[in-house]
Design a protein around this ligand. Structure first.
Ligand SMILES: Cc1ncc(C[n+]2csc(CCOP(=O)(O)OP(=O)(O)O)c2C)c(N)n1
Ligand SMILES: [Mg+2]
Length: 381
């Protein structure tokens, strides 16, 4: 007899009494991205903070232009620019305390620089070197991560470990809109929420994952909504409004520090440049879309707020631009020096104890280099 043939027909047993573990309503992001600049909320912003954000955003714009120019001069292999995204980059770095950790993606060199990493060292990996270029412990900036989203579980692990040890440390993990489709994104957010780890996730939604627009990436109402499924709050913020990003991140960092658990923040911004210097963005997006976003430029938003409120004048603007110019000149000069490379370095950090195969390869290379050297000397004599 099948279930359907039972007398009285099939009646499913009622589910056990069920109620949500967490009230989802407070976790939901607002319908509109949070804004400060050009709104009444700006009156409450600290003028010193606004000036500081402005100086860093202008420097960041110049840094992006200079690094892009270096790719054209053959001094840098690749540069994923953050032109248009400087507000999110800068505010992310400034929202942290010195003892906190930043976990950047390949695009976030600017955040690393704002945190104190030397601009030349921050570009080492993108110059084609095999190592990170800076000591991650010096400024508490993890290596720039090229595999999408792998930095997120690293951040959760560090934050959770710090909490177990009783260290007062918050980890900020940065990722792109495309990175939210990776398995690592899921695993990181799930563990972070279950452990209530002191970590903040900042998604810079810049509209594209290389040529893939957000609409082809996700069917979620917003990326911030994804937070609710993990049991953490999601926040939406205007990613070009440095004051808004700083405030939203600051609140999330404070909450994490006080044991309140993780937050997922989606910063809505736009990638003005191509994905990298190796990409042609005109093949997949219209020029007028880019122009619309230029009108919502992070530098202009801050400059307008500061000048209209009498917090910045012509001299102040010039001083900030001169400072940015000096930074760019120094970057140019140092990047134009050829790095001194030792081919034998290839074998130096593979294993603590080199394997017999590696020793053999090392000896072969050494012999070849010596033979080449002798040949050159011979020809010159
Ligand atoms: C695991 C993995 N898959 C694919 C890639 C190739 N890839 C490099 S960047 C990128 C797009 C990422 O877009 P998004 O996360 O939005 O970051 P954005 O570049 O816009 O900052 C892809 C697919 C990669 N680096 N790692
Ligand atoms: Mg993107």
């Amino acid at each position: 007899m099948t279930v359907m043939e039972q007398r009285g027909g099939y009646r499913p047993t009622p589910p056990p009494a069920w109620q949500p573990r967490t009230d989802p309503a407070p976790l939901l992001p607002d319908a509109e991205p949070y804004r400060v600049l050009g709104t009444p909320a700006a009156a409450k912003a600290d003028p010193e903070l606004l000036r500081r954000l402005y100086a860093h955003v202008v420097r960041g714009r110049r840094y992006n232009a200079q690094a892009t120019a270096l790719t054209k001069q053959g001094r840098l292999a690749v540069y994923p620019s953050t032109t248009g995204q400087e507000a999110s980059e800068v505010a992310a770095a400034l929202a942290l305390q010195e003892r906190d950790w930043l976990f950047p993606s390949y695009r976030d060199t600017l955040a690393a620089v704002v945190r104190g990493v030397d601009p030349v060292q921050a570009l080492t990996l993108l110059r084609g070197d095999r190592h990170t270029g800076y000591d991650p412990y010096e400024h508490r900036v993890a290596p720039l991560c090229t595999p999408l989203a792998t930095q997120l579980p690293h951040a959760v692990g560090l934050a959770h470990a710090a909490r177990l040890k009783g260290d007062d440390v918050v980890a900020l993990a940065m990722v792109g809109d495309g990175g939210t489709s990776e398995g690592d994104f899921h695993e990181a957010l799930n563990f972070a929420a279950v452990w209530q780890a002191p970590v903040v996730f900042l998604v810079q939604n810049n509209g594209f994952a290389i040529s893939v627009p957000l609409a082809k990436q996700t069917a979620a109402p917003s990326l911030a909504h994804k937070a609710v499924g993990y049991g953490m709050p999601g926040r939406l913020v205007d990613g070009n409004d440095a004051a808004a990003v700083h405030e939203v991140l600051g609140e999330a960092v404070d909450r994490a520090r006080q044991g309140g658990g993780p937050t997922l923040i989606e910063a809505i911004t736009y990638r003005i440049d191509a994905h990298t210097n190796a990409d042609d963005a005109t093949r997949y997006r219209a020029a007028d879309e880019v122009e619309t976003w230029r009108a919502h430029d992070p530098v202009v938003l801050l400059e307008r707020e500061l000048t209209e409120r009498g917090l910045l004048d012509e001299d102040g603007i010039r001083a900030v631009r001169d400072d940015a110019e000096a930074m760019a000149a120094d970057l140019r000069e140092r990047m134009n020096q050829d790095p001194v490379l030792d081919p034998m370095d290839l074998f130096a950090h593979v294993y603590a104890e080199p394997t017999p195969q590696l020793r053999e390869q090392r000896d072969l290379l050494r012999a070849e280099l010596a033979a080449e050297h002798d040949d050159r000397e011979g020809t010159h004599r």
